[in-house]
Design a protein around this ligand. Structure first.
Ligand SMILES: *Cc1c(COP(=O)(O)O)cnc(C)c1O
Length: 382
């Protein structure tokens, strides 16, 4: 069987797949389903350290990003788009689509956002309704310190929208402490359910901003306000994908019950990066490494596509390339959620070492050996 080691969609555990095959009810009419949905939202909030409202939306990750922009943006609104990655910049499109004026704050794609630089910018320019920022920008794997950035935005009265689709659960996220107004998540990354669902956490200030709009939200499907009081009114804006939500719940429980989940991401991420450097390969990033994905530069004279194809054809393992400005320049190993286990990572790194040999390029050391050595060292240090 093909082993999926991409930075999302990730591997899906059997209990999640089986939960999706449970008998279903009518989720519009069966009042018990409203409790099930609400409890599932509370579980998301618990794992992300927030008391804010959580809504599960019927559409994969992108829907949450669009819903945040659709629900906040009024024509003419100025929106700060913090751009140090492909998804970061992409927010500008949603802002424009809903009539807003995106103002790009662009920084190097190889580094996380420098807090004092941003602070200096904000001192001079802070007339924004809201700002968008990506927690882990998956194409490069850069991890932004939203725990510092969002309180700063809050200080200037700027609402925050954080895309943590590929960060959350694998990387710690303290939504309330970080004062984040909307956080967007998806089912198919560290959560390790199949693609299909997104969810948003919504602060009171965010709700008020939507309610105080002068113009109506220019969408139905992407209108977060439609979910307000769903529980009291026993009404969803559209029929909920009940089987997807059964699977999501099982995946959330897998994380809740796994006490080493977060630490394991950290040790696997760290050991992988060290092994890559020992082998004579280069990381794409200079700073801001997310522990959910490792992004490796493709050495000169080798083709990214050949690496990916050899991995798949010879070793039955799927890793990923990247896109946009990183197309063909990097390969990516996703070690988030179900993928974040030592056996699969060791196998993947061994296969990658052999793939380089197959392509006529011997690495300085076997990636797997170094990975296991560094992992053993973290265990001993702890
Ligand atoms: C995966 C991902 C999304 C969801 O979008 P897809 O293109 O459907 O995968 C959104 N934001 C980030 C940062 C992601 O990694």
């Amino acid at each position: 069987m093909l082993k999926i080691m991409t930075p999302g969609p990730t591997q899906v555990r059997e209990n999640v797949r089986l939960a999706r095959s449970l008998e279903t009810t009518n989720p519009d009419l069966d009042l018990e389903f409203y409790d099930y949905y609400k409890d599932t939202c509370l579980l998301i909030g618990e794992l992300l350290h927030t008391k804010n409202e959580v809504y599960i939306l019927d559409g994969e990750g992108i829907l949450g990003l669009e819903a945040a922009c659709a629900s906040f943006t009024e024509p003419g609104d100025k929106v700060l788009v913090i751009d140090n990655g492909v998804y970061g910049k992409g927010f500008a499109d949603f802002v424009t689509l809903y009539g807003g004026e995106p103002v790009l704050y662009s920084a190097e794609y190889t580094e996380d956002i420098n807090i004092s630089d941003l602070e200096q910018f904000l001192e001079k320019h802070h007339d924004f309704k809201y700002a968008t920022i990506v927690h882990c920008d998956t194409p490069s794997g850069v991890l932004n310190d939203v725990g510092k950035i969002c309180p700063l935005l809050h200080k200037y009265g700027i609402l925050s929208v954080v895309d943590s689709v590929s960060g959350m659960f694998g990387e710690p996220l303290f939504i309330d402490d970080s004062k984040i107004d909307i956080v967007c998540g998806g089912s198919q990354k560290a959560l390790s359910a199949p693609p299909g669902l997104s969810f948003v956490t919504v602060s009171e200030a965010a709700m008020q901003a939507m309610e105080n709009r002068k113009t109506p939200i220019a969408s139905f499907y992407a209108n977060i306000l439609n979910f307000k009081n769903y529980y009291e009114n026993k009404w969803f804006p559209y029929t909920m994908p009940i089987s997807d939500i059964y699977g999501l719940r099982a995946a959330l429980m897998n994380i809740k019950e796994d006490k080493t989940f977060s630490d394991r991401h950290k040790s696997i991420g760290t050991a992988t990066r060290k092994a890559v450097l020992d082998a004579g390969l280069e990381l794409y990033l200079k700073t801001g490494y997310s522990n959910t994905v490792t992004v490796i530069k493709v050495p000169e004279g080798i083709n990214a596509k050949d690496i990916l194809e050899t991995m798949k054809n010879n070793y039955n393992i799927m890793i990923a390339g990247s896109f946009d400005v990183m197309l063909g320049k990097v390969i990516r190993i996703g070690h988030m959620g179900e993928n974040a286990n030592i056996e699969d990572m060791a196998e993947t790194l061994h296969a990658l070492t052999k793939t380089f040999i197959d392509l006529g390029r011997e690495l300085k050391v076997n990636l797997k050996d170094r990975f296991l050595k560094y992992l053993a060292e973290t265990v001993n240090e702890a």
